[in-house]
Design a protein around this ligand. Structure first.
Ligand SMILES: Cc1cc2nc3c(=O)[nH]c(=O)nc-3n(C[C@H](O)[C@H](O)[C@H](O)COP(=O)(O)OP(=O)(O)OC[C@H]3O[C@@H](n4cnc5c(N)ncnc54)[C@H](O)[C@@H]3O)c2cc1C
Ligand code: SF4
Length: 484
């Protein structure tokens, strides 16, 4: 590290956002990345503490002190090389990772952490602009064939690693475009889809064959997941035709709220609402689009998905947006001595919340109310935690007017039929059962079938999906190249 006292001289610099009144007029990204000078100053705050907790807290183990030093020296090309040595897609994580690395930064003990995520984004955007991100084509082919099922960040990272190792990779996707939740869940204002398209070009140049609109196995009638498949491939044919199969189909079953009135028109899963807007942004006509314009919207669920529903509703011109969270309101500030270097429990206010949203905590929905089959409101009670269980607060019933309710309470598991089609055993939560152990990690009970990402670990983060995709690719490669 050339500069070790920067933290005494410079403050943390946050990336600027476009003003709210401008950014809610469209679905474009609104974060202004750091200038090279700002990135240099920010990286100078890294004190080379000697035990980089940030590196350990980052699920892909980005070599953060090293790229900080290279940015300080303005050696952007090597910074990009260091960054890409651990992370296939830093332009995704540099935009949407919650940055557990920053919570773990040594400077965060008694000051503001280094803006690691903003530096990551500045590096990869510089590399994109300079044309340094090129296909890495394998020099030798192994003659082995791998089928990867599901093209979210786990499937993309795994396909890229396997192709670079010389295997022939076919990536199957039931939707009409590649990217999984990056493409159809996460709104464009957080991640414009051009970033995915560029990586798809790179993967194709590296030899990955992509088959979209292709469902592997079957979906039971009425399953509410995105699916634009026009053709089916059976699990048996994949097992027959490929030397290994990697299942990265995500955790797509949304958690439902089966209270009276659930069937009313106007109650939808977040993953019915969000993909439609992303498709409209991509130029697809959606005459039946669920829209929030001029409506009283209630979003049930306080996480990332709920926050994305808030931002999308405001962009569509909702009259009012309210978000419910079952848990009590967290403290505004974390207790640093208690939590550092771990992920702290504190109130998180997203850019979508800043755009207009009433937030209600410790509240549970008892009933959806309607008239002539259409939603008009909902009935709630306040709840409190007693002896580890939620209890209703007496006399706390309330009626809320609502024309649109979006259920964003997370995802329970992968679609069972897909795992069952391969005969893959499930864990207690319904995910593909496979460990991450060094020996036989990511392998399922079915010979030559592996699983990774949300399909194996349950609903998680993009950065974890990338890590699991990379590690599973390693496991598949070791299995294929085992001496006979
Ligand atoms: C609205 C929303 C917002 C989010 N925001 C963030 C965020 O800001 N930051 C963050 O880190 N994480 C976020 N997440 C979580 C993150 O997107 C996921 O953890 C991540 O995408 C999981 O990656 P994956 O590759 O395991 O699965 P997915 O991204 O779910 O991809 C799975 C793919 O497999 C395909 N597939 C499934 N079954 C089959 C089959 N049988 N045949 C063919 N194809 C199949 C699916 O169509 C899908 O394309 C968000 C999630 C949602 C829903
Ligand atoms: S991927 Fe996430 S945790 Fe890792 S360095 Fe980037 S922002 Fe931090």
């Amino acid at each position: 590290m050339e500069h070790t006292k920067g933290f005494l001289n410079y403050q943390r610099i946050e990336e600027d956002y476009e003003a709210v009144e401008l950014r809610i007029k469209d679905y474009k990204e609104f974060v202004h990345e750091l200038t090279p000078e700002q990135a240099k100053q920010q990286s100078a705050r890294c004190m080379d503490c000697g035990t980089p907790f940030c590196h350990n807290a980052c699920p892909v183990n980005n070599v953060i002190p090293d790229f900080n030093d290279l940015v300080y020296r303005q050696d952007w090309q090597n910074a990009s090389q260091v960054l890409h040595s651990t992370n296939n897609f830093p332009e995704f994580t540099g935009r949407i990772c919650p940055a557990p690395c920053e919570a773990a930064c040594t400077l965060n003990i008694n000051s503001d952490p280094v803006g690691i995520k903003s530096i990551e984004r500045a590096i990869v955007e510089r590399a994109r602009a300079e044309g340094w991100i090129k296909p890495q084509i394998a020099q030798q082919k192994t003659g082995k064939k791998v089928a990867v099922v599901g093209s979210g960040p786990a499937g993309l990272a795994a396909s890229q690693q396997l192709a670079r190792a010389g295997h022939s990779v076919t990536l199957f996707e039931k939707n009409d475009q590649v990217g999984g939740l990056l493409r159809f869940g996460i709104p464009d204002f957080k991640l414009e889809k051009e970033a995915i398209d560029k990586r798809v070009e790179q993967l194709k140049a590296e030899g990955v064959e992509i088959r979209t609109n292709t469902l592997v196995g079957e979906l039971p009638e009425g399953t509410k997941v995105t699916n634009w498949a026009t053709t089916n491939v059976t699990p048996a044919s994949l097992l027959e035709d490929y030397d290994a199969v990697l299942l990265t189909g995500g955790s797509e079953q949304s958690r439902d709220l089966p209270v009276p009135g659930r069937e009313l028109e106007g109650v939808h899963f977040a993953m019915e609402f969000l993909p439609q807007q992303n498709r409209v942004n991509a130029g697809v006509a959606m005459p039946e689009q669920i829209r929030a314009a001029n409506k009283q919207v209630i979003v049930i669920g306080g996480g990332d998905t709920g926050s994305d529903c808030v931002g999308t509703s405001n962009r569509q011109g909702a009259a009012k947006v309210v978000q419910f969270e079952l848990m009590p309101k967290p403290p505004e500030q974390e207790d640093k001595p208690l939590t550092w270097p771990y992920w702290p429990y504190k109130l998180r206010t997203s850019s979508s919340h800043q755009e207009g949203c009433e937030r209600e905590f410790a509240i549970a929905t008892k009933e959806f109310i309607g008239s002539e089959g259409k939603l008009t409101g909902l009935k709630t009670v306040r709840v409190e935690m007693k002896d580890g269980k939620f209890e209703e607060v007496p006399n706390s019933e309330q009626i809320w007017p609502a024309d649109l309710v979006l259920l964003a309470m997370g995802f329970v598991s992968p679609v069972a039929s897909i795992l069952e089609g391969f005969g893959v055993e499930k864990d207690a939560r319904g995910n593909a059962k496979a460990s991450t152990d060094a020996k036989d990690g990511y392998a399922t009970n079915v010979p030559k079938v592996f699983s990774a990402g949300d399909m194996r670990r349950g609903q998680s983060l993009v950065v974890w999906a990338i890590r699991e995709g990379r590690e599973a690719a390693n496991a598949v490669d070791a299995f294929l190249m085992e001496p006979l």
